[in-house]
Design a protein around this ligand. Structure first.
Ligand code: GLN
Length: 497
C-alpha cells in the first residue's frame, strides 16, 4: 500500500485491526520516510530503528495469536529527547547529557509501551526545553517541513516537525510556556498541553516543575483523544499528579458544538499579532459560530504581565532543577584538571551548558537570592494568582476560550536568535495557561502566505474533552488539518548535484 505515512492513527489502527496492514509494514514505511526527509528536516537526535522493528514484529506476533490489542498497538511515534527512555540515550539536546542513557522509563513511556505503540526515536529540541525555535539545540537546528528556511517552533520542534513531515504518526513533547502548542501552530499539527497534573511528569527531565507538562502532537483531534487517553492518569510517582478518572476522550467527539459557550479574550487580539494570523483566527471564530457555538467577548486583564512573571518563575525553578548537573553523578564532566571541587563543577557547567541555559540559570539564581526574592519571585507568584483568577472568572461564563496560539507564523532560521526578548514574546498567548495550570490545545486554523496558523483553545482544569470536541467539530467543517507539508527534496551526502 502506497504512502502509509500519510495515514492518521485512527485510519492505520483500523487497517491493523483488520490485518490489512501489519505493524512491520507501517513501521518500515515511517523509517523509510525518515530516511527520505531527515537529510533536510533533521527532527531526530536518535533513531531507534532496530528496536522499532523488533517491537513491530512482536505486535504482529501477538495479533496473529489472537491477542486483543488497543488502538495504539503498532503505531509508530516519536519522543522528545527530554523524556527518559530506558536504555535509549536522552540528551535534552544538551552537551551535558549527550551520552546519558537513563536506566528507567518515564511513566508516559511505560504507558505507551503497555499500549504497544512503537518508538521510532528521540526528537531534537531547544536545550533543556528553553526556547521557541529549536535553534538552541546544542546539536543542530530542526527545519520546518513547510519551509526549510524557517524554524518549526520550539522547544518541541523536532517532535512537531516529525509529525508534520510524516516521519511519525504522533509524538510527545513538553510544554512549560508553550513548547507543544507553539510548534504545533507553526507546523500545522494538533498539539495539546494537558491540565497540570493530568499526565505524569515522572521521568520528564525537569525544567520548571510547577509549569512543565507532557503533551502529544497528532494530525487530528481523534488521534489526540487516543494519545491522551494512553498517557493520562494518576501516578503515585509524581506528587503533582491528579487523582481523577481518565474519561473516554474519543466519546467526547460528538461533532456537535451547538450551545457551547466560547469566549474571545480581548487581550489576545491586540497589536503585535500578524494580520494573517489574526484573519485566520477570526475566520475560525466565524466557522464555530456557524456550527452553533455561542461566541462572546471576555477579558483576562492580567495577561500582559504573563511573560514577565513567567521569565521570573521559570528561570527560578530552572536554576534549582539544573543544579544537579555537577559532573559527578551523571552527564558530562570537564576533562580539565581542577584544583578544587568548585572549580571542577564550574568548568563542567561552563563547558556543558549552552548560552540560553546559562542565561536562565543566572536570571533565576538572581531572582531567588536574598534581598531580591520578595521583589521578584514572590511578586511573580502573586501575579500568577491574579492570572489564575482571571481564568476562573472567564470559565464561569464560558466553556472554552479561543485565541491565536502564536502571534506569528513560522519565522526564518536566525531571525530572532540575537534577540532573546523577541524570542520570549512568541509565548505571550501560551504562557498564561501554564501559569494557571489549565489545558490548552492548538489546532490547524488556516494559512497565511502558505504558512500554517494555529488556533488556540483554552479550557478549565480537566476541560480536555470540551477542547477536543470543539477541535473535532472544526475539523469536520474545514480541511486545514489534512493539508500536509510538501515533501522536501533530500540533500544527501555524496549525491551528485
Ligand atoms: N519558549 C518558552 C521558554 O523558552 C517555553 C518553553 C517551554 O514551554 N518549554 O521558556
Amino acid at each position: 500500500m502506497a504512502d502509509l505515512w500519510r495515514l492518521t492513527i485512527s485510519e492505520a489502527s483500523d487497517l491493523l485491526h483488520r490485518r490489512e496492514v501489519s505493524a512491520v509494514e507501517l513501521t518500515r514505511a515511517h523509517l523509510d520516510r525518515i530516511e527520505q526527509v531527515e537529510g533536510s528536516v533533521r527532527a531526530f537526535v536518535t533513531v531507534t530503528e532496530a528496536e522499532a522493528m523488533r517491537e513491530a514484529e512482536q505486535v504482529d506476533q501477538l495479533r496473529s495469536e489472537g491477542v486483543e490489542l488497543g488502538p495504539l498497538a503498532g503505531i509508530p511515534i516519536a519522543i522528545k529527547d527530554v523524556i527518559s527512555t530506558k536504555g535509549v540515550r536522552t540528551t535534552c539536546s544538551s552537551r551535558i547529557l549527550e551520552h546519558y542513557t537513563p536506566p528507567f522509563d518515564a511513566t508516559v513511556m511505560r504507558r505507551l509501551r503497555e499500549s504497544r505503540a512503537i518508538m521510532l526515536g528521540k526528537t531534537n529540541m531547544d536545550e533543556f526545553a528553553m526556547g521557541s525555535s529549536t535553534e538552541n539545540s546544542a546539536f543542530f537546528p530542526t527545519r520546518n517541513p513547510w519551509d526549510l528556511e524557517r524554524v518549526p517552533g520550539g522547544s518541541s520542534g523536532g517532535s512537531a516537525a516529525s509529525v508534520a513531515a510524516g516521519e511519525a504518526m504522533a509524538a510527545l513533547g513538553s510544554d512549560t510556556g508553550g513548547s507543544v502548542r507553539q510548534p504545533g501552530a507553526l507546523t500545522n499539527t494538533v498539539a495539546l498541553k494537558p491540565t497540570y497534573g493530568r499526565v505524569s511528569r515522572f521521568g520528564l527531565v525537569a525544567f520548571a516543575s510547577s509549569l512543565d507538562q507532557i503533551g502529544p502532537f497528532t494530525r487530528s483531534a481523534r488521534d489526540m483523544a487516543l494519545m491522551l487517553h494512553a498517557i493520562a492518569g494518576y501516578d503515585p510517582l509524581d506528587s503533582t499528579s491528579i487523582n481523577a478518572p481518565v474519561p473516554d476522550y474519543s466519546a467526547a467527539l460528538t461533532g456537535d458544538v451547538k450551545g457551547l459557550r466560547i469566549g474571545v479574550p480581548s487581550e489576545y487580539f491586540v497589536e503585535g499579532t500578524e494580520p494573517g494570523v489574526r484573519a485566520a483566527v477570526e475566520q475560525a471564530i466565524e466557522t464555530l459560530k456557524s456550527l452553533g457555538a455561542e461566541i462572546g467577548e471576555c477579558s483576562l486583564p492580567h495577561t500582559r504581565y504573563g511573560v514577565a512573571a513567567y521569565y521570573i518563575i521559570a528561570p527560578a525553578e530552572c536554576s534549582a532543577n539544573l543544579a544537579r548537573y555537577d559532573g559527578v553523578k551523571y552527564g558530562y564532566s570537564s576533562k580539565r584538571v581542577a584544583s578544587n571541587l568548585i572549580d571542577y563543577i564550574s568548568e563542567t557547567r561552563a563547558e556543558g551548558f549552552g548560552p540560553e541555559v546559562k542565561r536562565r540559570i543566572m536570571l533565576g539564581a538572581y531572582a531567588l537570592s536574598s534581598g531580591y526574592y520578595d521583589a521578584y519571585y514572590l511578586k511573580a507568584e502573586k501575579v500568577r494568582t491574579l492570572i489564575k483568577r482571571d481564568f476562573d472568572a472567564a470559565f464561569e461564563r464560558f466553556d472554552a476560550l479561543i485565541s491565536p496560539t502564536s502571534p506569528s507564523v513560522a519565522f526564518k532560521i536566525g531571525e530572532k536568535v540575537a534577540d532573546p526578548y523577541a524570542m520570549y514574546l512568541n509565548d505571550v498567548f501560551t504562557i498564561p495557561a501554564n501559569l494557571a495550570g489549565i489545558c490548552g490545545l492548538s489546532i490547524p486554523g488556516g494559512f497565511s502566505d502558505g504558512l500554517p496558523v494555529g488556533v488556540q483553545l483554552l479550557g478549565p482544569s480537566l476541560g480536555e474533552p470540551t477542547l477536543l470536541r470543539i477541535a473535532d467539530a472544526f475539523e469536520r467543517a474545514t480541511d486545514f488539518h489534512q493539508q500536509l507539508a510538501p515533501t522536501p527534496t533530500a540533500k544527501k551526502k555524496g549525491r551528485a548535484r
